[in-house]
Design a protein around this ligand. Structure first.
Ligand code: PBG
Length: 328
């Protein structure tokens, strides 16, 4: 009771604040998303993601070496697929010499110990920008899960350490886990986007990969029949619990900042590592406000990353990984 207790004693100097600090960020916390494109010598800035780039394989190699030297040891790969290779079934996703498969090999050649995770979903390969096969006004569930399982095997064969299904089809974790086991990839892990909300914060990412969903017959121009309704909380726990039962090694909540209540709740509920994806729209907002001089970029970035970790994230997928590591 005051004055015996004065909370400000523990804030009085920098040294005491450092000593009692509860949450710290280290390079080991980060998963770095990388966007890969076809071609050579390509390093294109993404318009809605300042200072973030689409990289051809030669630049990818340079980038991962730089990340490794900064202590960033895990990447999450995405590919931008040319329109001519897109179809409704994601056929190109299974090409053993496809861009993703080559990207995995490029990273592993450049940095053999770098942890490579790959995005598993049809949207970058889909002519409709949807995460599943479209038929009869629907996104087909089980047929899509089968393709995702083949895609996962293809990534594992190319050398991926973890596959990260980001599609939200029901039962896909079990389908993928069983397929990996059958093919002898028992060490290949699964990081499931288990509580992924249908969010407007993915806009810049869809620009980056040219993967925005389109309306087709009775299928709307959004992902609300598979990604979660952002008004829901219990559903996130159920989705996550089911993915763990189906064999997910790591679970993920996405987006980050608006969903920290869900992060804390899931962290309290489950006993596997919990990842949070601070998504493209979250990155874009900070960059835009900082460009206008309205916010202190570095301070806001660190505050947001710490908030994500404090909420319970064990792993943070973030476009700020490099910026943050330079400050710590
Ligand atoms: C693809 C995928 C998306 C993101 C990650 N994987 C987009 C989407 O679901 O439409 C979003 C990432 C971001 O916004 O940074 N399934």
């Amino acid at each position: 009771m005051y004055p015996l207790i004065r909370n400000r004693r523990l804030r009085h100097t920098k040294a005491i604040r450092n000593l009692v600090r509860e949450t710290v960020i280290t390079p080991n916390d980060f998963l770095v998303p990388l966007f890969v494109v076809e071609g050579k010598g390509v390093k294109e800035e993404i318009a809605s993601m300042p200072n973030y780039y689409r990289l051809s394989l030669d630049h990818l190699e340079k980038e991962v070496k730089e990340l490794w030297n900064m202590g960033l040891c895990a990447v999450l790969l995405f590919v931008k697929v040319p329109d001519k290779l897109k179809d409704n079934k994601g056929t190109e996703a299974l090409n053993p010499n496809g861009l993703m498969q080559l990207a995995i090999k490029t990273v592993k050649n450049a940095c053999p110990d770098m942890l490579v995770m790959t995005d598993v979903a049809l949207d970058p390969y889909s002519s409709y920008g949807h995460d599943g096969i479209v038929a009869d006004g629907e996104i087909l569930n089980d047929e899509t899960a089968d393709v995702l399982a083949e895609m996962s095997i293809s990534h594992a064969r190319a050398g991926a350490d973890f596959v990260a299904p980001s599609d939200m089809m029901d039962g896909r974790i079990l389908t993928i886990r069983e397929a990996l086991e059958d093919e002898g990839f028992s060490h290949t892990g699964i990081m499931s986007y288990s509580a992924k909300y249908a969010s407007a914060f993915y806009g810049p990412f869809r620009d980056a990969l040219d993967s925005a969903p389109v309306a087709i017959k009775n299928v709307p121009k959004d992902k609300k029949t598979y990604q979660m309704d952002f008004t829901n909380r219990f559903e996130a726990i159920r989705e996550t619990q089911m993915d763990i039962d189906e064999g997910a090694d790591i679970v993920m909540i996405k987006p980050g900042l608006c969903y920290l209540d869900i992060v804390r709740e899931i962290r309290n509920e489950v006993d596997v590592p919990v990842a949070v994806y601070q998504v493209s729209g979250e990155y874009a907002m900070v960059k835009a406000a900082a460009e206008k001089g309205w916010l202190d970029h570095d301070a806001v970035m660190m505050e947001q990353l710490i908030a994500i970790k404090r909420a319970g994230a064990n792993i943070i997928a973030s476009y700020f990984a490099k910026d943050a590591v330079k400050l710590i």
